[in-house]
Design a protein around this ligand. Structure first.
Ligand code: ARG
Length: 461
């Protein structure tokens, strides 16, 4: 029969199945380094305020650091009897440094402790994810730079609409990632607040210095209300929202890559290093990477939903329900990091655009029809009138199996006397793209400006 921390209060031991059910050590071991760091700061604060002596604090800190090195060497593997990472550490600490280890938990509760650990963890993860977002932006930018003059059909309703510079298309994703990067930076401010010293719920009778421990841990602020401090998980929900949006963006890009890699589109080929074969169909080359990214999106959305539901009925302050926040966060972090890494590799070295296929795609459709209407409108024909006229031309061409570029000057003149020889230039794909030189448009000049600006915006903090 093991001794749990609180077993003096109880007459009999926990049912083994309940012990298992209650325990979080199986997953919250992920927090161990943050738990140790938080405890080191707490121990130093206890000495700083005279609640324990300096030599006692030193023993505690040394013991905690020893646990850190044991853990890093794979030698610290607490079992289910430890319940959670916090008890596991405290127990090992007491084994290592003796009775003084029992002083560590003075003026602290697991409630403010676990809140501190979770915030330290998430802070660290946000920094790592932001670095990954920057890496992906770098790869998107490099790819875009080499495809300013590669044209790709632009779609609305997945129907051919107007041709685009491929760089413009790629830069649209760069912008989404830029917002993801900014959003995580904003959320960081609210993750970076210390609940340490809120105690179980009401503060503590000891003369602690919360600002001191917060500054040791580089927190930007402290929670102003102890009840809020131990029970707030807004920061986790905000993170999951940002993580969900990252996944939305990755999933949209994935979907496009999957479409582009199909024989129907044929805009990209996936290289062998990023695609897989079939067990039965020898010809197959499957886009598993973007498919998995698209598929994993659901997990992160699910975790966001789970956290919202977890919180909605909780009375103040701490409730054991909150133990459920961890797997949602850990799995989301792991999923987002894994997807960002895979997508960055795919974009950098796993796919190749097919310029001939793209060039014929933009040349052999009616995606220059707007330009014919614009041509007439620029010669004084009211746009709606021009639009109707071109609609009729498109219908006739479709019936005759022709494209707009196949019409003779005579035919153009019959449609409207304002047409001149220069209509052919106006509807050539390169000109169609180049002419969309309005701010933020796909015109080559705009795209080059956007590329240069993106380069600068990436170095700014
Ligand atoms: N393992 C717990 C959690 O993850 C630690 C906090 C427990 N506090 C408590 N009062 N039971 O939330």
């Amino acid at each position: 029969t093991e001794q749990t921390t609180w077993s003096q209060r109880f007459e009999s031991a926990l049912h083994p199945a309940i012990a298992q059910f209650n325990a979080s050590i199986g997953f919250d071991i992920e927090l161990i380094e943050y738990d140790l760091t938080g405890s080191v700061a707490h121990a130093k604060m206890l000495a700083h305020t005279g609640i324990i002596s300096a030599p006692e604090a030193e023993q505690l800190v040394n013991g905690l650091e020893q646990i850190r090195s044991e853990y890093r060497q794979g030698k610290f593997n607490p079992g289910i009897d430890a319940e959670d990472v916090h008890f596991a550490v405290e127990r090992r600490l007491t084994e290592l440094v003796g009775d003084v280890g029992k002083k560590l938990h003075t003026a602290r509760s697991r409630n403010d402790q676990v809140g501190t650990d979770t915030r330290l963890y998430l802070r660290d993860q946000i920094r790592q994810i932001r670095t990954q977002l920057r890496q992906m932006q770098g790869v998107l930018l490099t790819l875009a730079e080499s495809h300013v003059e590669t044209l790709i059909p632009g779609y609305t309703h997945l129907q051919r609409a107007q041709p685009l510079s491929l760089a413009h298309h790629l830069l649209a994703y760069w912008e989404m990632v830029q917002r993801d990067w900014q959003r995580l930076g904003e959320i960081y401010q609210r993750v970076n607040i210390s609940p340490l010293g809120c105690g179980a719920l009401a503060g503590t009778t000891f003369p602690i210095d919360r600002h001191y421990s917060a500054s040791l841990l580089d927190f930007g602020d402290v929670y102003r209300n102890s009840l809020d401090g131990v029970s707030d998980r807004d920061f986790a929900i905000e993170f999951l929202t940002a993580a969900s949006l990252i996944m939305v963006h990755l999933s949209r890009l994935s979907e496009e890559i999957i479409l582009w890699a199909s024989q129907e589109f044929g805009f990209v080929t996936l290289k062998d290093n990023c695609s897989t074969g079939s067990s039965i169909m020898p010809q197959k080359k499957n886009p598993d990477v973007p498919e998995l990214v698209r598929g994993k999106t659901g997990r992160v959305f699910g975790h966001l939903q789970a956290m919202l539901v977890l919180m909605k009925g909780l009375p103040l302050a701490y409730n054991k329900d909150l133990q459920e926040d961890k797997e949602a966060l850990f799995d989301s972090v792991k999923t987002v990091k894994g997807c960002l890494e895979a997508m960055t590799i795919l974009l950098r070295e796993g796919l190749e655009f097919c310029p001939p296929r793209l060039a014929s795609a933009v040349a052999e459709d009616f995606s220059n029809a707007t330009d014919v209407a614009d041509y007439l409108a620029s010669k004084g024909v009211p746009f709606r009138e021009a639009y109707n006229l071109v609609g009729k031309v498109v219908r006739t061409c479709l019936g005759a199996g022709k494209l707009l570029k196949d019409l003779t000057v005579l035919e153009w003149k019959e449609i409207h006397p304002a047409f001149e020889e220069d209509i052919y230039d106006a509807i050539a794909p390169n000109q169609v793209v180049s002419a969309r030189n309005s701010y933020g448009g796909t015109g080559f000049e705009q795209v080059r400006r956007a590329l240069a600006e993106a380069q600068e915006r990436m170095v700014s903090l």
